[in-house]
Design a protein around this ligand. Structure first.
Ligand SMILES: Cc1cc2nc3c(=O)[nH]c(=O)nc-3n(C[C@H](O)[C@H](O)[C@H](O)COP(=O)(O)O)c2cc1C
Length: 371
């Protein structure tokens, strides 16, 4: 037997109650490949099944909207807001389970970063601040984002309940865990971020207030989903429409945010940094490692870990307990098997998600390559 080259990466682990055969996780990736009314499709079941086949320890399914109000952010984004949308996920859960791979669902509310909503016109946000940058073209957007209106107190409570109900629907049809999207500039992260949160109530101002909405959502979800199903949250500094934002309070913000999330009783924190596990602030530790240091919780690290040596190092250094891989997984669903066999995986090519980031366009890229 050849000795295993990446012993940490390919050792088993537990995420809450869920056993993973290795520590390589498919990061959530929006593919805008659902029906216009938000039902997951057959092509998506085939796509997620390929990861399960490819040897991943866990698949985290793309950002899925929670209600038929303002949570949808992209055309052809999937939802889990009603029974029809819920049932459309069953083939995806089955496709993953057929290969013995657990599957989690990521839940999202777009907030102000909304460029396609089937249900309502307009968008809501902590404060009426127009999102930076331009709508995302790989999700079919063009031009500036619309100006959001201020979310009301009643809506804040409704959205937290909406996350909990969506999570319950996901648990009911066999998803093995739930991840709330608290990152990347969407509604929850808009509360955390100083320039999009100008509130002067209990949700605005100091970091202890700006993290309050995350806390309420995570409590609502944790209290609603059966205890054996792990629940976690994704956190980042940067955003789809702002790749440079840094938490203004630095390490102190981390020491407030991560323990506050831990106190909600959740099972894991997923820390995403598009530049990878590089030191955050002047702490000499990555944001994932700061989350670990502040809580001792199960941490998923993400960002440029598709080089298995870097993933192995992140696990060894305790940046996290698991590594989520985005573009590397999209490029080659068989990444874990290939790495274990010493084969080079197919590298990511932006043409795989162009002109739109749909599953069909990636399939077309593969067909062109095979021809
Ligand atoms: C096509 C695409 C879609 C994405 N959609 C989501 C998403 O739905 N939810 C999320 O939290 N992150 C999303 N991301 C970010 C990835 O999960 C990941 O954080 C990012 O790609 C960095 O990891 P990587 O360096 O391994 O690619 C997406 C990334 C890509 C490339």
């Amino acid at each position: 037997m050849t000795p295993l080259r990446y012993p940490h990466l390919f050792s088993g682990g537990r995420l809450g109650n869920v056993a993973l055969k290795n520590r390589a996780i498919v990061a959530p990736m929006t593919r805008t490949s659902a029906t216009p009314d938000g039902r997951a499709t057959t092509i998506m079941a085939d796509y997620y099944g390929e990861f399960a086949h490819g040897g991943w320890g866990l698949v985290i399914v793309e950002a899925t909207y929670i209600d038929k109000q303002y949570s949808q952010g992209y055309n052809n984004q999937p939802g889990i807001a009603d029974d029809a949308q819920r049932d459309a996920w069953k083939p995806i859960v089955e496709a993953c389970h057929r290969s013995g791979t657990p599957v989690f669902l990521q839940l999202i509310h777009a907030g102000a970063v909304n460029q396609g909503n089937q249900w309502l016109k307009g968008s809501i946000a902590p404060s009426p601040v127009q999102p930076k940058g331009e709508q995302i073209d790989r999700y079919g957007g063009k031009g500036p984002f619309q100006m959001p209106r201020t979310i009301t107190h009643a809506e804040i409570k409704q959205v937290a309940t909406g996350f909990a109900q969506a999570a319950k629907r996901a648990a009911d049809i066999g998803f093995d865990g739930i991840e709330v999207h608290g990152a990347n500039g969407y509604l929850l992260d808009q509360f955390l971020t100083t320039y999009t949160n100008r509130r002067d109530d209990e949700y605005g101002g100091p970091i202890e207030n700006r993290v309050r909405f995350h806390i309420e959502v995570m409590k609502a979800v944790r209290d609603t989903v059966p205890a054996h199903i792990p629940v976690g949250v994704r956190i980042s500094q940067t955003k789809v429409n702002d790749l440079t934002y840094v938490w203004p309070g630095g390490v102190r913000d981390a020491d407030v945010v991560f323990p506050a999330l831990q106190r909600t009783g959740i099972d894991f924190i997923h820390v995403s940094a598009h530049l990878g596990c590089t030191p955050a602030f002047d702490a000499g530790l990555s944001l994932a490692a700061l989350a670990k240091r502040a809580t001792g919780m199960t941490i998923i690290a993400n960002g440029k870990l598709n080089d298995p040596a870097l993933a192995e190092e992140a696990l060894t250094k305790r940046d996290g307990d698991f590594c989520a891989i985005g573009k590397g997984a999209l490029a080659d669903p068989a990444w874990p098997i290939k790495i274990q066999q010493g084969e080079a995986p197919i590298p990511f090519d932006p043409a795989m998600t162009s002109p739109l980031a749909t599953v069909a366009n990636t399939a077309a890229w593969r067909a062109r390559r095979a021809a």
